[in-house]
Design a binder for this molecule. Structure first.
Ligand SMILES: N=c1c2ncn([C@@H]3O[C@H](COP(=O)(O)OP(=O)(O)OP(=O)(O)O)[C@@H](O)[C@H]3O)c2ncn1[C@@H]1O[C@H](COP(=O)(O)O)[C@@H](O)[C@H]1O
Length: 105
C-alpha cells in the first residue's frame, strides 16, 4: 500500500521544474507555499463536511484529495511520505512497548 505513496511522491518530485500549463502539480509549485496551504485547508474542510454528510464514498474521495495535497506540501518542503510513515511507525512501536509494559505491570 505504501508503494502507492512512494510512486506518487516520485511523480510529485518529477513535476518540479515542469511546465505549469501542462501539470496541476507544477502549477501549484509555481503558485508557491501559500497556495498549497490554501488547498490543504480547503480539502481539510471538505473532508469534515463529507464526514458530517455521512456518505462513505464521499469521505474517501475527500480524504484522497487531502492526502494528495499534503503530499504536494511535503514535496514542496523537500520532504516525502517516507518521513511521515517512519514517524507513525516510531509511534506504533512506542505504543506497542507501552501496551507490553502495561500488561507486565
Ligand atoms: N492524485 C492526484 C490528484 N488528486 C486531486 N487532484 C487535483 O486536485 C484538484 C482538487 O481540487 P478541487 O476539488 O478543489 O477542484 P478544483 O476546483 O478543480 O481545484 P482548483 O483548480 O481550484 O485548485 C483537482 O484539480 C484535481 O484534479 C489531483 N491531481 C493530480 N493527482 C496525481 O498527481 C499526478 C501528477 O499530476 P499532474 O501534475 O497534473 O500531471 C497525477 O498523475 C495524479 O496521479
Amino acid at each position: 500500500m505504501n508503494d502507492v505513496l512512494d510512486r506518487l511522491a516520485e511523480v510529485l518530485e518529477s513535476r518540479k521544474g515542469a511546465d505549469p500549463d501542462s501539470s496541476y502539480v507544477a502549477k501549484l509549485y509555481a503558485k508557491g507555499l501559500d497556495a498549497i496551504l490554501k488547498k490543504v485547508g480547503e480539502e481539510a474542510t471538505e473532508t469534515v463536511m463529507a464526514a458530517k454528510d455521512g456518505v462513505p464514498d464521499k469521505l474517501v474521495y475527500e480524504v484522497a484529495d487531502l492526502w494528495f495535497h499534503t503530499l504536494v506540501l511535503l514535496a514542496q518542503q523537500g520532504l516525502g511520505p517516507r518521513q511521515v510513515l517512519d514517524e507513525l511507525d516510531r509511534r506504533f512501536g512506542l505504543s506497542g512497548l507501552t501496551e507490553k509494559a502495561g500488561r507486565q505491570g
